[in-house]
Design a protein around this ligand. Structure first.
Ligand code: C2E
Ligand code: CA
Ligand code: CA
Length: 426
């Protein structure tokens, strides 16, 4: 690996002198620009105040005599610290997972937790999650500056671009579908990610136009699916739909028309539904989803277990797939409470007889753990990051030669050709 200075200056807060020394050495050798160490939280926060612009990474021990790590988290939250954070602990897994939840609740950008004694490989893997400076600037700049008018214009002018992330059967290793993740190619600010504009679209009544733009036209998800299927890949395409779009009773007809125009059977379309706001009028949602299902569109409940997509919805809505949020997938093999949630999601899906997809598979260990848990489909950076449409066919052609764990053998030489839900369980 290139060990030139690729990471920002790090601030280490740990009362144990030995740990500070070990971490400082590891951080420097992994490519941090500088490392500042403090024994106490109070001193560290003073340093942070003075060097706010330089310190973009904090490693903080939980167990410390005066100000403990939990208090440091609270203070970082209060000061709106926007850099990244790694928690260090010699405590049990439950304490670490509670502290992680707290970090999220404070709105902190947590890269993950490190168990004592710190392993350099684990630290390297956490550092690799640091946001790249380019993407970070684009995102933060844009959340402040884009306005609804610009977005409406962007949608009209075709500035939305779909990226696609593969969904792979854990049972067979075959690609079953592609999830569409929209980006906005902004003329001034470059490529923007959904968290910069989906909320805006929902608040300003633009989400239906956005969904339409994602699905329709020569560069829409349905046209792309048509190309992949013509190239011999029997995939489905999944599109994210906010619950706001399900109030329009005409939505199923619009979808059916778009699919017909694109020459795509509705059984090859999956709609991934996330509840983004409370107070939804469930009557129209049930009406719309039931009619979509009658038309053979497959329905998926996204971000399951996060509080947005609730258990009650499973009972009243006709879902075919349950997507397990990445916080219960990535690292679940070493985090007991995440693993408990994963197991609970699996049981619920099994009881309802629906297929499961685990999101956020970032490592081989995540894949193996999902496999042991009995999950059907996997998605995540370890398989592939979301990619532009032009790269999909090339990726699909290469995927069969990728060696997957368990057998260690390549898992098939022909283009994958299975319909969603029809993979064999081996
Ligand atoms: P989502 O549906 O849960 O999509 C998964 C998000 O996780 C994507 O972020 C994806 O890039 C990211 N991801 C995938 N694999 C991994 C992994 O292994 N590790 C990590 N850390 N992240 C991974 P993205 O593209 O930024 O999208 C964020 C959210 O924006 C999506 O979450 C979805 O809710 C929403 N979104 C995206 N496209 C659309 C759209 O066309 N319409 C609507 N309404 N929402 C959309
Ligand atoms: Ca999704
Ligand atoms: Ca999700």
């Amino acid at each position: 690996m290139n060990t030139s200075e690729i990471y920002p200056t790090a601030l280490v807060i740990d009362d144990e002198a030995f740990m500070r020394k070990v971490l400082a050495t590891q951080l420097r050798s992994l490519g941090c620009k500088g490392v500042i160490c403090h024994e106490s939280g109070e001193d560290a926060l003073n340093t942070l105040q003075q060097h706010k612009d330089d310190i973009k990474l904090i490693l903080c021990d939980l167990q410390m005599p005066e100000m403990d790590g939990i208090e440091v988290l609270r203070r970082l939250g209060d000061m709106g610290y926007g850099g990244s954070l790694i928690l260090i602990s010699g405590e049990d897994n439950l304490t670490m997972s509670m502290a992680k939840k707290l970090a999220h609740a404070h709105g902190l950008n947590l890269l993950g937790g490190l168990r004592k004694p710190a392993q350099s490989a684990e630290l390297a893997s956490l550092l690799s999650r640091l946001p790249s400076p380019v993407r970070k600037t684009e995102r933060s700049r844009q959340t402040q500056q884009v306005c609804a008018k610009e977005l409406a214009q962007g949608i009209r002018q075709g500035q939305l671009v779909n990226h696609y992330q593969p969904k792979v059967s854990i049972h067979t290793g075959q690609v079953v579908g592609m999830e569409t993740l929209v980006r906005w190619q902004h003329p001034e600010h470059g490529l923007l990610y959904p968290d910069a504009f989906i909320g805006l679209a929902e608040e300003h009544g633009l989400i239906d136009q956005l969904t339409h733009g994602v699905l329709a036209g020569d560069h829409g998800a349905l046209a792309h699916l048509k190309q992949w299927r013509q190239a011999g890949f029997e995939l489905h395409v999944a599109v994210n739909v906010s619950m706001d779009s399900l109030h329009d009773l005409n939505f199923p007809n619009v979808i059916a028309q778009l699919a017909q125009d694109a020459g795509i059977g509705l059984q090859n379309l999956v709609l991934e539904i996330t509840e983004t706001r409370l107070g939804t009028n469930m009557r129209s949602v049930i009406d719309v989803l039931t009619r979509l299902r009658l038309k053979r569109v497959r329905l998926s409940i996204d971000d399951f277990g996060t509080g947005h997509s609730s258990l009650a919805h499973l009972q009243e809505l006709p879902f075919d797939e349950l997507k397990i949020d990445r916080r219960f997938v990535h690292l679940a093999h070493q985090d007991q409470s995440a693993d408990n949630m994963l197991a609970a999601c699996m049981r619920i899906a099994h009881d309802f007889g629906i297929e499961t997809t685990g999101e956020g598979v970032e490592t081989e260990a995540d894949w193996l753990h999902l496999q042991r848990a009995g999950c059907d489909i996997a998605q995540g950076y370890w398989i592939a990051k979301p990619m532009p449409a032009e790269q999909v066919i090339d990726w699909l052609q290469k995927w069969p030669s990728r060696k997957l764990p368990e057998t260690g053998a390549a898992h098939g030489a022909t283009p994958c050709a299975i319909a969603p839900g029809s993979h064999a369980i081996t």
